[in-house]
Design a protein around this ligand. Structure first.
Ligand SMILES: [Zn+2]
Length: 226
């Protein structure tokens, strides 16, 4: 399994902790599952957009191809919106600040997910559980943390997914995982290239794609919001 890095412009630097994993679907339009390329360009538009800004950490296509990562695990992607869940006995809101968001291309009200998607998702989730000490209990669908949301829908096979992960032991569960010292991304030699340890051949540039003008637009958009 491989990961391809395509950075979204839509994220906040940093986050509180990776305590949860949230599963999403990319949805459909007029009965047709939205295209993979369409999702990528929604999260990384060629023309800057100051409204409907959204992103996820990972996107998994229906057909076999590398998983696309669009936001670093240590940064906050904009996938969950208004949301809440109890984490370690405390009701948390704005789950973006507490989670990794994974999008499956598809619509769980319409069609089954593909075998490749289960394989890729399980491969990816396993690593995140181990790296961030996330128990299986805190891997949830968007519809659970935001009850008005439909995804990943009734066609997502939770039994298949959970049974594949039942053997994963989460090291030191109960230990706060809000530091990223074990396996966090570190630019060791200061060249702006960060090595990702879960694959052999992926490099993440630490620079930000957003240019000055985009940041300016964003600034004014934030002033005029509400
Ligand atoms: Zn969603």
């Amino acid at each position: 399994m491989q990961i391809e890095w395509i950075e979204s412009q839509f994220f906040d630097p940093g986050k509180i902790a990776n305590k949860m994993i949230i599963i999403h679907h990319t949805g459909s339009t007029n009965g047709q599952v939205n295209s993979f390329e369409g999702t990528l360009s929604w999260f990384k538009p060629a023309v800057w957009r100051s409204t409907n800004q959204a992103s996820a950490h990972y996107v998994i296509a229906r057909e076999e191809r590398p998983i696309v990562q669009m936001v670093r695990d240590e940064d906050t992607a904009w996938h969950a919106g208004k949301s809440s869940w109890e984490i370690d006995g405390v009701l948390r809101e704005t789950i973006n600040r507490w989670s990794i968001g994974i999008e499956l291309q598809g619509d769980g009200a319409l069609v089954q997910y593909t075998s490749f998607q289960y394989e890729a998702l399980i491969w990816l989730v396993k690593q995140k559980m181990q790296r961030f000490h996330i128990p299986i209990d805190l891997i949830r669908g968007h519809q659970e943390i935001s009850p008005h949301k439909p995804d990943p829908g009734r066609y997502f096979d939770w039994d298949r997914f959970r049974s594949a992960l039942s053997s994963v032991t989460v090291p030191g569960s109960g230990i706060p995982s809000d530091d990223f010292s074990d396996g966090g991304l570190v630019d060791e030699d200061g060249d702006g290239i960060i090595y990702v340890d879960e694959t052999d051949d992926v490099y993440i540039p630490s620079g930000r794609d957003r240019n000055f003008l985009e940041r300016l637009f964003d600034f004014f958009a934030s002033i005029f919001k509400k």
